[in-house]
Design a protein around this ligand. Structure first.
Ligand code: GLU
Length: 433
């Protein structure tokens, strides 16, 4: 058989926009950095995937079977790492694309970890606490042969949080017969979680915005000020709410935030701690008094200095990109801007902080949690935050060095940074057998 047919599309993985987008971005980076085509050929598909059926008894007595996935994209640098998503649209291809992004994210920030992702196709808002627990426990049992502290370490993602990690850790530990806290990260503090993990992704997003402003200034470009600058945040969840709060405390005017219920807008800036209190009580931002309602689409089109899409993938596409006016866009979510929309934005002078860099704070502190657990020695929150800032600013520097060197987009520069380290490791390890 001869090679050299170019990159054939794969009927198995290729079915979601997210996956196709991730491959497009990978191949663009491979092209710019002149990557060995044999390495690109190995990176464009995941190493391994598991599809499981997850039957649970619902509160009404019926049994319902959900579909679950765990995909390990690449484990050259270490155990697989990546969250578990509960979302009604989850599918194998999307999880595979997200696992690929995790590989590049872990590599570019310098972690000794590979890339993985998991998910269950379910609407978490329809589950009682008991049903969610049953789902997480049965899913853990179904995938237990491919996860573990040295194999693959799940964490929270869209629709899951520290409670789900506690159930996962407990189920895995029950099966082993002893506590195995290292099987997951993002656990509650009481069972081996790290201080600062819950806030780490949102906090990291704001660190990268600070580095971006400094970078633009250092390179003679105009950059908005954070203090007094305007911000819109799409997605007021684990990432968006923390990012909004952090940037609010730096003096920015957060004029709009939104969630699935819609958005709220106040041209003079929202009082974010107050909005957080409102959401704690009412679950959604809608109805908050000191603001006007705004749709998610209108929020994305606001003429703000900083836009933080922190909800889900595919929110800025060729359909609405023409209306986006923000100067700096920080991808708090994974894949919120499609590859073609990103080109459009960068062509019009916007500065993008790509997901694999922007939201890496979560997996970085996951790594710290894993390390603290192995040593049974836990750090203060200040230590965690200082180490997080150090890892993120070094990663930011590596990415912007490539951005200047290759004169490419920031996403491409970030992928080049991740792929370059991985490429060296893959060449050293060689191809088995
Ligand atoms: N789900 C987060 C992400 O997409 C965190 C993953 C982790 O901590 O392993 O990066």
């Amino acid at each position: 058989m001869s090679g050299g047919d170019g990159y054939l599309s794969s009927h198995l993985w290729d079915t979601s926009d997210l996956y196709r987008n991730a491959v497009t971005e990978l191949l663009e980076a491979a092209n710019v950095m002149k990557l060995d085509p044999n390495i690109a050929e190995r990176l464009r598909v995941p190493k391994r995937a598991m599809i499981v059926s997850v039957p649970i008894r619902l509160d009404d007595g019926h049994i319902k079977t959900f579909e679950g996935y765990r995909v390990q994209h690449n484990m050259t640098l270490g155990p697989g790492k990546g969250g578990i998503r509960f979302h009604p649209e989850v599918n194998l291809s999307e999880v595979a694309g997200l696992a690929m992004l995790m590989t590049f994210k872990c590599s570019l920030v310098g972690l000794p970890l590979g890339g993985a992702k998991g998910g269950i196709r379910v609407d978490p808002s329809q589950l009682s606490r008991q049903e969610a627990q049953a789902l997480m426990r049965r899913y853990t049992t179904e995938i237990n042969m491919i996860i573990g502290p040295d194999k693959d370490i799940p964490a929270p993602d869209v629709g899951t949080d520290s409670r789900h990690m506690a159930w996962m850790m407990d189920t895995f530990s029950q099966e082993k017969g002893f506590a195995v806290p290292g099987v997951v990260t993002g656990k509650p503090i009481e069972i081996g979680g790290s201080l600062g993990r819950a806030e780490s992704t949102g906090r990291g997003v704001v660190y990268t915005i600070q580095y971006a402003v400094q970078f633009l200034k250092d390179n003679g470009k105009s950059a908005p000020k954070i203090d007094g600058g305007t911000v819109a945040v799409h997605g007021f969840g684990k990432v968006g709410a923390v990012a909004a709060e952090e940037i609010y405390h730096l003096g920015a005017k957060v004029v709009a935030v939104s969630d699935a219920s819609g958005g709220i807008y106040n041209k003079n800036g929202l009082n974010i701690p107050d909005v957080m209190k409102w959401v704690e009580k009412n679950r959604v931002v809608a109805g908050y008094k000191e603001a006007e309602p705004i749709s998610n689409d209108e929020l994305l089109a606001l003429p703000v200095d900083f836009l933080i899409p922190a909800a889900i993938d595919g929110v800025i596409t060729m359909k609405n990109v023409g209306r986006v006016k923000a100067k700096i866009i920080a991808e708090g979510a994974n894949g919120p801007i499609t590859a073609d929309a990103m080109k459009d934005l960068e062509g019009r002078g916007a500065f993008i902080i790509p997901d694999v860099l922007c939201n890496a704070g979560g997996v970085i502190v996951s790594y710290f949690e894993w390390v603290q657990g192995i040593q049974n020695f836990f750090w203060s929150e200040t230590e965690v935050n200082n180490k997080l800032a150090e890892v993120m600013s070094n990663a930011f520097k590596r990415v912007t060095d490539n951005y200047l060197k290759y004169k490419c987009g920031m996403k491409t520069a970030a992928l080049i940074t991740g792929v370059d380290r991985l490429n060296k490791a893959m060449l050293l390890r060689g191809l088995f057998p």
